[in-house]
Ligand binder design. Sequence first.
Ligand code: 9MR
Length: 346
Amino acid sequence: MHKFLIALVLLISFSFKSKHQPTCDEMKLFEKASFPVGAAINTDKLKNDEKYGKIVLSQFNSITPEKIMKAQYIHPKKEYFYFTETDHLIAFCKQNKIRLHGHTLVWHKALPVWLENFKGDKNEWEALLKDHIKTIISHCKGYIKSWDVVNEAFNDDGSLRNNIWLKNIGESYIEKAFLFAAEADPTAKFFYNDFSLESNGKKLNAVLAYITNLKSKGIKIDGIGMQMHVSPDYPYLSDINQAAMAMQEAGLLVHYSELDITLSGRHYFFASRSKMLNMQKDRIKSIVEGYMKLNPENRFGITMWGVTDNDSWLTEGNFRARPLLFDLSYKIKPAYCGFIEALENK
Ligand code: 9MR
């Protein structure tokens, strides 16, 4: 009788469990995904905001620092690098087995004042570039194994942006940057990162041609970061998928490096909030499904550009954007479930 009762209890609990379909809020993105799933991290929030930290730890296995590794923060004086914040983040990632992606070594924004005012000839600028890249990579190379080396070097028409680096060093600054990076850590993965590659064929083709040419000269470039600041209806999904495929065909890793889906478009003004949230859900689902059509070895990962709608660069000054997976009160949004659903359709 006793054994019979135990068997009955086991049977009932088994059948209850087998019927229980976990809902998306019971899942974790990185556990479901066959590629790294990341977020851009605000390190102050990571230290001070418990709810924020909980989401990061439970959902993501890759982190890109949103600010602290940009020149302005990490290289505030010519002879001085500030690594304290980076070291904290490295320790956090190491402890929690989270990949840390370095962002970003060469950009025309977030520059320190000393660098913007630097006067020197081409050789001196090149020495500065070398010192900047090699000091940072060498410091971090025990843990950081991938870098956005050059960020946003192209204009929309496919020409090179006339930024501080181009003006002072000339076009060779791009290949020099990748060369210095490889000298500092030949084993790391190096990326070119830019926006609108998913929507602007002219820019995409120019970037691909440029990078393919550098690779053929022996420069180590491993992948492209497609930033993916998109909206629910722009650009076409087919353009996104074709851009990613073109990168794969060029032998490059593909990182959706700064994904967010803004809901602030003027033509959405009269749409209901729930309709917009569902459009966002469908959108992310189809983006992730498209990404999963790439070969597994080309998928470097998908990184959301922020964690909650509170901390997106798009929310600053525009509360309607709501571009991320967690809402203002840190709850999952329909878009989160869209991401999970795509991962389940593998
Ligand atoms: O989201 C970032 C914002 O908080 C910073 O103030 C800004 C300047 O450092 O950079 C933003 O991130 C950018 C990223 O580094 C490169 N691609 C565009 C992103 C949004 O501007």
